[in-house]
Design a protein around this ligand. Structure first.
Ligand code: GTP
Ligand code: MG
Length: 273
């Protein structure tokens, strides 16, 4: 019999992990955690002061894990308090409000803050990130659509969930998948398993979709100068069509981008002799 077997079994049983929440003030970080841990929602905004800390035991697959959650304050005022809490983290819940474009645009700055605090030897590749597009119950005010959020997340190898702390939609599923990915990471010696790295689309495809989404007119969309010839328009169109054709591209938003490119070409060719 393997003398180490009982020990290993014991190690599989108890796992301690550290998770932090990140994102602008008022996006719903504390409410997401409260919804999962306490099964309730508080409509009144109570800003987190610096950091809220809690420990919770959760059952994921056949494992019980002890989760230390550090819920960060999003307000810039608390930078000095939260900057000490970035290290030794296995999982990050990165939250934005789907009705607040600035909170989505701020996600890069949150990653930059974490990277800076971890220093030159810190490695963000071996941390599980889950992006929560929160407040999806507020459908009237939505300003960041699913494909835009999903593209941002998945092109970085992050998980993506649409959530509402108010109704509870997406919350349990998000935490279960998030914790499951952290267990896989821990079982793989603290490194992200290779199976979770592939995103199924290229950076070129993701960049093209983003560029098309932000283009100001049809010329800009095809990446040609105003006044370009039929040949130039067709050449630019073919390149994008090959890159984004729905049969070949699985990146979020590729179908809409492909349609937009087809429409842009038709509109331009109508006016070029
Ligand atoms: P800081 O602690 O200041 O960084 O904010 P936070 O991100 O923790 O936000 P918090 O969870 O305190 O929520 C901010 C406000 O948004 C509160 O008034 C919540 O009730 C509300 N809120 C949070 N999640 C949702 C949601 O999914 N839907 C709706 N409609 N409101 C939400
Ligand atoms: Mg909070």
């Amino acid at each position: 019999m393997d003398a180490n077997a009982p020990k290993r079994k014991e190690a599989r049983k108890s796992l301690r992990i550290k998770v932090i929440s990140m994102g602008n003030a008022e996006v719903g970080k504390s409410c997401i955690i409260k919804r999962y841990c306490e099964k309730r929602f508080v409509p009144k905004y109570l800003a987190t002061i610096g950091i809220d800390y809690g420990v919770t035991k959760v059952q994921v697959r056949d494992r019980e894990i002890k989760v230390n959650i550090f819920d960060m304050a999003g307000h810039p005022f608390f930078y000095e308090v939260r900057n000490e809490f970035y290290k030794d983290t296995q999982g990050v819940i990165l939250v934005y409000d789907v009705g607040q474009k600035e909170s989505f645009d701020a996600l890069d700055a949150w990653l930059a803050e974490m990277k800076q605090e971890l220093g030159p030897h810190g490695n963000m590749d071996n941390i599980v990130f889950v992006v929560c597009a929160n407040k999806i119950d507020c459908t009237k005010h939505r300003s960041v659509d699913e494909s835009e959020g999903r593209l941002w997340a998945e092109s970085r190898g992050f998980l993506y969930f649409e959530t509402s702390a108010q109704t509870g939609e997406g919350i349990n599923e998000m935490f279960q998948t998030f914790y499951s990915a952290i267990i896989d990471l821990c079982d793989n010696g603290g490194k992200r398993p290779p199976s979770s790295m592939g995103v199924g689309f290229t950076k070129e495809q993701a960049d093209a979709i983003r560029r098309i989404r932000n283009s100001k007119d049809s010329w800009d969309m095809l990446g040609v100068k105003p006044g370009a010839t039929r040949d130039e328009v067709n050449k630019a169109y073919r390149k994008l069509a090959v890159l984004l054709h729905p049969d070949k591209c699985v990146a979020p938003g590729s179908e809409d981008a492909f349609k937009a490119v087809v429409n842009a070409r038709t509109a331009l060719l109508k006016n070029i002799k």
